[in-house]
Design a protein around this ligand. Structure first.
Ligand code: OFO
Length: 162
């Protein structure tokens, strides 16, 4: 029902989504250590979303009759010199994931696997949102600065994410 090459790429993408979740949990750990529970909560929520992305792909492959297998999850970046570090790393990471999704989408079109291409459109929209929110976090921090009452307020705002 779907092309084998696309199934393989999606299986690899599951690993990238799980890695994204692992990465964002590590960012949450960093913010906990800096007494910024709002930033930490934001990244825990983001990590949970990544797990949902992985599960969406897993379900798609299983429903298409494909076998899913997991690979080891790579280590993550964890040493940051300031509060902005993980925010910049998150944007860079989302841009990387966007390119990865585009590559599967392009291959699906090339192979005329329109079923998979259609499935991937949701992820393309999601990536646009995720890049925008990663950029917005950086912009807000740049606006208020990395210390004092501004940072306290931003931490509260980040913590209001469900
Ligand atoms: Fe799964 O969207 Fe972020 O990585």
């Amino acid at each position: 029902m779907i092309k084998k090459e696309i199934a393989k790429m999606l299986n690899e993408q599951i690993n990238k989504e799980l890695h994204s979740g692992y990465l964002y949990l590590e960012f949450a750990n960093y913010y906990e250590s800096k007494n910024l529970p709002g930033f930490a909560k934001w990244f825990v929520a983001q990590s949970n979303e990544e797990m949902e992305h992985a599960m969406k792909m897993r379900t798609f492959l299983i429903n298409a009759g494909e076998k899913v297998t997991f690979s080891p999850i790579a280590d993550t970046e964890k040493d940051f010199t300031d509060v902005k570090g993980p925010l910049v790393a998150a944007l860079k990471h989302e841009q990387f994931i966007t390119q990865s999704i585009y590559a599967i989408y392009e291959k699906a079109l090339e192979l005329k696997d329109y079923f998979s291409a259609h499935f991937l459109q949701w992820f393309i929209d999601e990536q646009a949102e995720e890049e925008a929110s990663a950029q917005s976090n950086i912009d807000k921090l740049d606006m208020i600065g990395s210390s004092g009452s501004g940072l306290y307020m931003l931490d509260r705002e980040m913590g209001s994410r469900d």
